[in-house]
Design a protein around this ligand. Structure first.
Ligand SMILES: CC(C)(COP(=O)(O)OP(=O)(O)OC[C@H]1O[C@@H](n2cnc3c(N)ncnc32)[C@H](O)[C@@H]1OP(=O)(O)O)[C@@H](O)C(=O)NCCC(=O)NCCS
Length: 132
């Protein structure tokens, strides 16, 4: 079992390191997007194997509602409950701030993953989106 530690990623975190994490784990984010993620996310939780960033999860909120996104674990580390732990820490940070509802949007196959951390799924609720 790998030993992983969890800590908040601060506004001073290197965008280049975050970009390297995405490249290894879930490619598609540019350096400028990583700069904006660090600047605008309300909370980012990082999972580390020693100094190596192996998982992240982040939230955006307005102190009433929160949206969690980019819950990502490096492929070599998946299946070790790291994603679950990241979501739990993120949600406990948001609950401290009296956020009323935490939303997330995901693929159908990951519904059990979010249910495992307490999220409710109502078959009548769907997420609509408008792409830019
Ligand atoms: C989704 C993700 C973060 C899960 O991370 P993880 O650390 O491997 O997840 P956990 O070990 O905490 O999984 C806990 C449970 O969630 C479910 N689960 C996790 N990944 C799953 C997957 N890909 N498909 C279906 N169920 C999954 C399983 O029930 C699992 O329990 P089990 O290990 O007893 O089978 C990881 O697979 C990932 O980075 N995927 C690519 C990015 C992504 O799609 N993120 C979600 C964006 S909304």
């Amino acid at each position: 079992m790998v030993k992983v530690t969890y800590k908040k990623i601060t506004k001073k975190f290197s965008a280049k390191k975050l970009k390297d994490f995405f490249t290894e784990s879930f490619p598609g984010k540019t350096l400028s997007q990583c700069q904006n993620i660090i600047k605008h996310s309300s909370v980012i939780i990082g999972a580390y194997d020693k100094n190596h960033l192996v998982g992240i999860g982040r939230a955006l909120d307005d102190e009433v509602y929160a949206f969690i996104t980019d819950i990502i674990v490096n492929p070599n580390y998946r299946g070790n409950n790291i994603g679950t732990k990241i979501v739990k820490i993120l949600c406990s940070e948001l609950k401290k701030r009296k956020i009323r509802v935490i939303h997330c949007s995901t693929e159908k196959k990951l519904i059990p993953f979010y249910q495992g951390v307490g999220f409710k799924y109502n078959k009548n609720d769907i997420t609509l989106f408008l792409k830019n």
